[in-house]
Design a protein around this ligand. Sequence first.
Ligand code: SF4
Length: 312
Amino acid sequence: MYKYIFGPVPSRRLGVSLGVDLVTHKTCSLDCVYCECGKTTDLTAIRKEYVPADEVKEELKDYFKKNPKPDFVTFSGSGEPCLNSKIGEVLDFIKSNFDVSVCVLTNGTLFNDPNLRKELLKADLVMPSFDSADEKSFLRINRPCKEITLENYIKGLCDFKKEFKNRFDLEVFILPGFNDSQDDILKLKKAVQQINPDLLLLNSLDRPGAQPGLTAASEAELIKIKKDLDFKNTQIISKSIQRKNIASYREDREEAVYGMIFRRPCTIEDLTEILGLHRNDIGKYLDVLVNQGKVEAEELERGVFYKIKKDN
Ligand code: SF4
C-alpha cells in the first residue's frame, strides 16, 4: 500500500489515471458544500510541504518499476494539490523520469500567485474548477478561506490561461439552488468568456445524496445551462457508469465494495477503513453501483450511508 499515490482509477475524462495526493486529508482553500471528500478540516491558503515530496517521488519510482504506465498521473485526492509548495518539483520529477502525461485537478484559487503559475507550466492538462462569478453564490457554494477573493480568483485563472501552453479545461459544478439562477448563469457566462478555457465542462453531483440535503442537476437542466452559457466548446460530463468500460476497472473491487454494503450499510469512511482503498477509489466504484441501481444512498445522523437498493 502506498501512502500518497492511489489507483490507478478509471476516470471518465482521463482514461487510466494514477492519483497523487499532495496534501493531508481535506487541506483546502475552499470548503465546497458538495465536496465528496467531506468537510474541509484545514481551510487555508498557505502553501507548504504538507506531505514530503521525497517520499512521494520514492513511491512513484516504485510504482513505475512494478506496473504498466497509466494514461495520466493526476494530482488530485482529498484537498487542493497546489497548496503543496513542492508541486512543481514533483511535476518536474515525473516529466523527467517517466514518459507519462500529467494532469492537475485544482480549484484554481491560488493562480494569482505567479510562482505557482510557473511551477505548473510543464503539466499536460490543468483542470481548474470554477463554480460561480457571483459574490454571494461563490461564498455560499465554495466557502473560501478569508484570503481568497472572487476578483483575484478570476484574474488568476485568466492569467494562467494566457501563460499556459497546454490544455486548460474549466469545470463548473452546477448545484441547483446554489449557482443556477438566471443571474448566476449570466455572470458565469461573462467570466467563462474572459477566462476562455479550451473546454468547458459542466458537472453535477454524481452520487445522489453524496452530501446531505443536496440534489443533482438533471440532464435537462445541464443542457439548458449549456445553451444559456453559449460557450464555443462545452461538454456535459457523462454519467460514471461508463467507467466500467475502462480496461483498468476492477470487477473484484466493485464486488468487494458491493459485498461490504450487502452485509451492512456503510459510509465511505467505513469502506475506506475496511477495504484499505483510497476514498477516491471507493467513490468511483460507488458511482457505478449507484448508477446501476444496485446501491442507494441514505442520509443518517452519522453521515451518508450506502445500502442495497430494495428491489435488488
Ligand atoms: S476545492 Fe475540491 S477538495 Fe476543496 S472543498 Fe472544493 S471540491 Fe473539495
